[in-house]
Ligand binder design. Structure first.
Ligand code: LMR
Length: 328
């Protein structure tokens, strides 16, 4: 973008074209659902945009639409296939219509921390999953980390039995439905953008999410407290369409993929720290955080882990074994 172009932009044009992309630049619209501050995905998306727009000036121009302003994650994959947006990074829980293989990432207590998730994704099996939806037109480009999930509700959750009879919002994943049923909850699939209102109005009683999402969307303000269960993970697939990627001139594609790879490496290393900061920000804002004794946490393991059996065939016992070997 030249200074002259930037100056020429009217307020309306700036809204329609927030980065002021120049004629001839390939425009990449990146739609996502989280906030941009104290959030692993929000920060990574901004860094990607900044680098692409600087280093690929004249060739490519990226616009980021955070906070579900363009699409929520349940619609964005269709939008990619239709060419309305080119990039998204939905959580791995949101690909069920396209593949069941990502279900491994939703199985409770499958990964002990994000380092284990990282190692699994870096393995041949993990890298092969990036290509697993090509026939459906989607191409995975990278995994972006968020972090470990915590449980929150409108009452204290210490034992799994405390969740009995509560309504929980879950992402659009049958594994997460089964997980909430395993603790006696009644799960409801819901778009991320609707969770705050649903908690506030009592449509649901609780939810599970990472510290950065609980902070970023202020869920803690409309919950009794958050229990540090670390029972599962939220991780993302940076995804585009096979057609769009193929349409790029080779040098442009290579430069874009190199920047994405570097941003991924840089920001994934920081994801745990970003979540820790979000947790501290929740506490500083007066949110209640409860921790479990090892015995109490074991109760959650015992209640939730039987869910693995149900999804064993979808994800493959070999994949479960590979993930568990990394945990050891
Ligand atoms: C959710 O729906 O809770 C998360 O997938 C949102 C996100 O993108 O982290």
């Amino acid at each position: 973008t030249t200074a002259a172009t930037a100056l020429a932009l009217t307020a309306t044009a700036a809204l329609a074209n927030p980065e002021g992309c120049d004629d001839g630049e390939i425009v990449v619209k990146f739609s996502h659902v989280t906030n941009t501050d104290k959030h692993p995905k929000g920060i990574a998306a901004e860094l990607l945009k900044t680098r692409v727009n600087k280093e690929m000036d004249g060739k490519m121009c990226m616009e980021v639409y955070p906070n579900s302003t363009l699409y929520n994650d349940n619609k964005v994959l269709e939008a990619i296939l239709q060419g309305d947006v080119q990039l998204a990074a939905p959580s791995l829980s949101k690909f069920e219509k396209f593949t069941k293989k990502f279900r491994i990432f939703d199985l409770p207590f499958m990964f002990k921390d994000i380092n284990a998730v990282d190692a699994f994704q870096a393995s041949d099996a993990g890298q092969a999953l990036l290509d697993s939806m090509q026939k459906r037109g989607l191409q995975g480009l990278a995994y972006w980390h968020n972090g470990m999930k915590q449980m929150s509700a409108n009452k204290p959750l210490i034992h799994p039995s405390d969740a009995n009879g509560l309504k929980f919002r879950v992402q659009s994943s049958d594994v997460l439905v089964a997980q909430m049923e395993a603790i006696g909850g009644s799960p409801q699939k819901m778009a991320f953008s609707e969770v705050y209102g649903a908690l506030q109005q009592g449509v649901v009683d609780g939810q599970e999410n990472t510290w950065s999402n609980i902070y970023g969307k202020k869920f803690f303000e409309v919950q009794d407290g958050v229990t540090e269960t670390n029972h599962g993970i939220i991780d993302y697939l940076v995804v585009t369409s096979v057609d769009w990627l193929d349409s790029l001139p080779e040098d442009v594609r290579e430069q874009f993929l190199t920047i994405l790879k570097e941003v991924t490496e840089t920001r994934n290393k920081e994801s745990t720290k970003v979540n820790e900061e979000a947790k501290q920000a929740i506490i500083a804002a007066g949110g209640v955080v409860r921790t479990l004794t090892p015995e109490q946490r074991q109760e959650w393991v015992d209640a939730m882990k039987p869910v693995w059996e149900k999804f064993k065939d979808d994800v493959g016992q070999d994949m479960i074994d590979a993930a568990q070997a990394i945990n050891a």
